[in-house]
Design a protein around this ligand. Sequence first.
Ligand SMILES: *Cc1c(COP(=O)(O)O)cnc(C)c1O
Length: 209
Amino acid sequence: MIEQEIQQIKGQLKGVTLVVATKGRTVEEINKTISAGITIIGENYVKEAAEKHHHLAGKVAFHLLGHLQRNKVSTAVKIFDLIQTADSLPLAQKINEECKKINKNMPVLIEVNIAKEKNKTGCAPEEVEKLAANISRLTNLRLKGLMTMGPALADAEELRPYFKEMKIIFDKLQKEYNLSMLSMGMSESYRIALEEGATRVRIGKKIFA
Ligand SMILES: *Cc1c(COP(=O)(O)O)cnc(C)c1O
């Protein structure tokens, strides 16, 4: 089941990277995705990820997809290979500090609150350029691109304008910072995200349902 879903999705990706969203999934389920050729999983919670990392370290790369709290950064930098949710300078600075302590360079994506939703994490679209400039000056961070969730809408097609806007911001910064990752699209919306230029999609439900 898991294997078939993954093959079916991969057939639609045309080289775009699939990150399997594994929050709430067991080590056994994750091992099935690895057997199906998956090389990157995305986790949302540091504590949960740490437990799984204990069993899976070296078998699959761990990317952080969930909001990162300041008091979890020191654990997070030890577990994760990439952080997709850098969304403020203070958080980026904290990640940089903790990475310095363990002599690690951390690839990061800036999470963008593209619909400017209240009570949602993510950098405001008009602040992305400034944050990118500031992150690029931090010695132990490597800015790789942008990520967005997009608003929860009844119809995935309504996400298209937000994905388009992300692509415009991405293209604007791409050359200057040599960005390669535009992370957008989930189970319900990845087809639209692909059409709008995503270079990686994050899919959970569709694979495990
Ligand atoms: C859970 C999650 C996904 C995957 O969503 P599905 O609807 O399960 O495909 C992608 N990105 C983030 C940040 C998530 O938390």
